[in-house]
Design a binder for this molecule. Structure first.
Ligand code: PLP
Length: 413
């Protein structure tokens, strides 16, 4: 076998020391964590910040005059301040802190839908969307009397861009697509998608849940209207996510939920709403998660997204070559532009059985439909085994995966 050259441009050994969980064993085997698409592990900088929050800062934000409340509020706003350059936003108040990608997309589908979608209108999504970017739009269409249109994909898992062009028209009120497919790894041509949608006057929402931790993103360069992602998939805590929205849309849409924080003045006759971003942040947020997203952003910045992308691409190429040598292994998702996801099937086996054997070997992968049932239907399969790579993964992790898959083949076939 020809050995591909793997250039370790980032110091993975050093990085791994920052992630305490990577030193534990599972089933008496060293943990090989390849379920990063579901959630990433956390560096000690994030874990320490959580402890620091509860031992030094715990207090409600944006409300109190007392010292702790001010400290917590300042720390909360630091995260928003760090997110602005991280995604290239023009204004801090275009960044809404939510629970995660799912809540961010639901917010847009509900609020944009109420303001801008009516009977006969069309919403365009793609065949490779996560349920979180399908169901909110189905609900929106049902409520507003609109129709959902779906961009088809080819057998490699790439969008059919000619079909996309033909779906666009003056009824198109929104294009909502994923930047990177969680089940296939496909990186979509988002700039072209956005430009074409803008050509018919439609805004674009990008689901960046699987992109934000792998690729540098600049919302202004993309000219994207909405961007959604989750903290827990980018080395940060669960329970916090981001909705970026262009000011003009966030101003024009009605609020999502009513309650504390999103009001300016309440009387029984009428309520006026707070300014951005608070208009969309009703109720007590997940304060510690929001605050502790900041060290995750700092961590990614310190390693560098370009470096991370290069390292992950090298592992992706190595893993693809090695896995394809396993007899009977079929890769699902072979797009030319791919991120670090390896979805596969082993002929004559069920993905679940492969996953259980890998788990016995201490290897964490995901099996099933990956919340993309229509995509699995498109390929005529019940699901796949999915290994997804993060910055701390190594060639040794991939070797363990390949050996595990070979072992599963020997046991199951
Ligand atoms: N979109 C994509 C592409 C995803 O991969 C996921 C999670 O796996 C989501 C949306 C939903 O993210 P969350 O559960 O953090 O809201």
């Amino acid at each position: 076998m020809e050995q591909p050259v793997v250039l370790q441009r980032i110091d993975v050994d050093h990085i791994r020391q920052d992630f305490p969980i990577l030193t534990r064993t599972v089933n008496n085997k060293p943990l090989v964590y390849l379920d990063n698409g579901a959630t990433t592990q956390k560096p000690k900088q994030v874990i320490d910040a959580i402890i620091e929050y509860y031992t030094q800062l715990n207090s409600n934000v944006h409300r109190g005059v007392h010292h702790l409340s001010q400290l917590a509020t300042d720390a909360f706003e630091v995260t928003r301040r760090k997110l602005k350059p991280f995604i290239g936003a023009a204004r801090e108040h275009e960044i809404i802190l939510t629970k995660g990608t799912t809540e961010s997309i639901n917010l847009v589908a509900a609020c944009y839908g109420r303001a801008f979608v009516g009977p006969g209108d069309e919403i365009v999504i793609s065949a490779m969307e996560h349920h979180s970017n399908i169901v909110p739009w189905q609900m929106c269409c049902e409520e507003r009397g609109a129709t959902l249109k779906v961009i088809p994909i080819n057998d490699a898992g790439e969008l059919d861009m000619d079909a996309y062009r033909s779906l666009l028209g003056n009824r198109t009120k929104m294009v909502a697509v994923t930047y990177v497919s969680n089940a296939l790894g496909t990186v979509n041509p988002v700039k072209e998608i956005i430009d074409l949608a803008h050509g018919v006057g439609a805004p674009v929402l990008l689901d960046a849940a699987q992109a934000i931790q792998h690729l540098p993103i600049d919302v202004q360069a993309l000219d994207v209207d909405f961007l959604a992602f989750s903290g827990h998939k980018m080395y940060g805590p669960t329970g916090v996510g981001v909705l970026y929205g262009k000011e003009k849309w966030l101003e024009a849409m009605p609020p999502h939920q009513g309650g504390g924080e999103m009001i300016k003045e309440v009387t029984f006759e009428k309520t006026t709403y707070n300014e951005l971003p608070f208009k969309y942040e009703a109720g007590t947020p997940n304060i510690e998660a929001a605050i502790c997203l900041a060290p995750a952003i700092e961590y990614i910045n310190a390693v560098g997204l370009d470096q991370i992308a290069r390292h992950e691409q090298e592992l992706l190429e190595y893993a693809t070559l090695r896995l394809l040598e396993v007899p009977g292994l079929r890769m699902i998702g072979t797009a030319r532009e791919k991120s670090s996801v390896l979805s596969f099937l082993l002929d004559g086996t069920h993905p679940y059985d492969v996953g259980v054997i890998l788990d016995k070997l201490g290897i964490a992968v995901r099996t099933g439909h990956h919340c993309t049932q229509p995509l699995m239907d498109r390929f005529g399969i019940p699901g796949t085994v999915r290994a997804s790579i993060a910055m701390y993964n190594t060639k040794a992790d991939i070797d363990a995966l390949v050996a595990g898959v070979e072992r599963a083949a020997a046991m199951l076939l």
